[in-house]
Every structure is written in structure tokens, then in C-alpha cells.
Write a protein that binds this ligand. Structure first.
Ligand code: COA
Length: 160
């Protein structure tokens, strides 16, 4: 799935603002571009008023997700909301959009990898995700420390 320059730029702005470099979770633009070229990769972008769609010149990108479908499974590769737009329901709206779109394209299960001490765990819990795995030393942060990742999974079609 190709993205326009404005979409890429909006996603990278959110990426750099949203992920603390100390944890090593953010992707660089080349990684994002490479992922977007792989079949089955999809994304959605949201603005501060909660509208999901392509960014316009007048409206700043507030958040996005990136996902990859393989057969009837899908991995949520990234979801992020810029710090100034948090806790107003934008990531929830993005995730509801993903659940709905994933249902439509035949996905039955979603997976994601999450740093084990990320407070986003509360967010995922509320969408029915549960832990199905642990990857030790998965993230290497800017401080040189290695951190574990949890693999979470949720059924699609039953949540929301
Ligand atoms: C995780 C993230 C996407 C949540 O975005 P958001 O738009 O603020 O989320 P929402 O407003 O939809 O939150 C919905 C609910 O999830 C829970 N939640 C969200 N962020 C939370 C946090 N930091 N701590 C605890 N609970 C949280 C709360 O229950 C919240 O409801 P409430 O605000 O009424 O209490 C955002 O904090 C972010 O971009 N974090 C950095 C990137 C990241 O870690 N992404 C996930 C990687 S796996």
C-alpha cells in the first residue's frame, strides 16, 4: 500500500513525537517505507478532531496505525498518537477502525508486540487483547538497555 508524501510525513512526525527514543520502538522513515511496500500492509491516519482519512494541508496528523495481514491473521505493527492529543479517544477510534476493517477483510485474529512495561497495556486490555507470548530482550533502547516484549492477541469479530 503506497502512501503519499503528506501521509508519510504526518506519520513520521507522530512517530518521532510519540515514541520515547530511550525504548527503541520508533521506526525510521526507511523502515516505514519498506513496510508499506510489503503486500498486506495497511495504515490509517487520524486528525485531532477524530477524522480518519488522508491528511489535508490545513489539519495536522494526530495519530496513525500500521498493520500487516497474512492470511486470516493480522499484526498491528505500530499505533501512536502525538502526546498533545492523547487521552481524548483517538487511539481507541483508530483501533475500532482497525477491528472493523480487519473483520471486513477476513481477519480472525490480531497480534501485536509491546514493551512489557508500556502503559499502553491498559489500552489494549480494554479491547480484549491478552498475552500469548514473551520475547526476551526484544527492544534495544537508546540507553543500550534491552527490554522484553509481550505478544498480545485479540479475536476479531468478537470485540467491539
Ligand atoms: C498508547 C497510545 C496509542 C494511546 O493513545 P490515546 O489516544 O491516548 O488513547 P485513548 O485516548 O484512546 O485511550 C483510551 C483508554 O486507554 C487507556 N490508556 C490509554 N493510554 C494510557 C496510558 N498511558 N496509561 C494507562 N491507560 C491508558 C485508558 O483507559 C484510556 O481511557 P481514559 O483516557 O478514559 O482513561 C498513546 O499513548 C501512544 O501513542 N503511546 C506511545 C506509542 C506507543 O506506546 N504505542 C503502542 C506501542 S505497542
Amino acid at each position: 500500500m503506497t502512501a503519499t508524501r503528506a501521509e508519510l510525513s504526518g506519520m513520521m512526525d507522530v512517530m518521532l513525537a510519540a515514541f520515547d527514543p530511550i525504548y527503541g520502538e520508533a521506526w525510521n522513515e526507511q523502515q516505514l517505507l519498506s513496510a508499506l511496500m510489503i503486500p498486506g500492509t495497511r495504515y490509517a491516519i487520524i486528525d485531532a478532531s477524530g477524522v480518519i482519512g488522508p491528511p489535508t494541508a490545513a489539519v495536522e496528523t494526530a495519530g496513525f496505525y500500521l498493520t500487516r495481514q497474512i492470511c486470516d491473521e493480522e499484526e498491528l505493527l505500530l499505533i501512536a498518537v502525538a502526546p498533545e492529543y492523547r487521552r481524548i479517544g483517538l487511539a481507541s477510534r483508530l483501533l475500532r477502525h482497525l477491528f472493523s476493517a480487519a473483520t471486513d477483510r477476513g481477519t480472525t485474529r490480531l497480534f501485536l508486540e509491546m514493551r512489557d512495561d508500556n502503559p499502553a497495556r491498559h489500552f489494549y486490555d480494554s479491547f480484549g487483547f491478552h498475552q500469548v507470548g514473551l520475547r526476551k530482550a526484544y527492544y534495544r533502547g537508546a540507553d543500550g538497555n534491552l527490554r522484553n516484549a509481550l505478544t498480545l492477541s485479540a479475536s476479531v469479530g468478537k470485540t467491539m
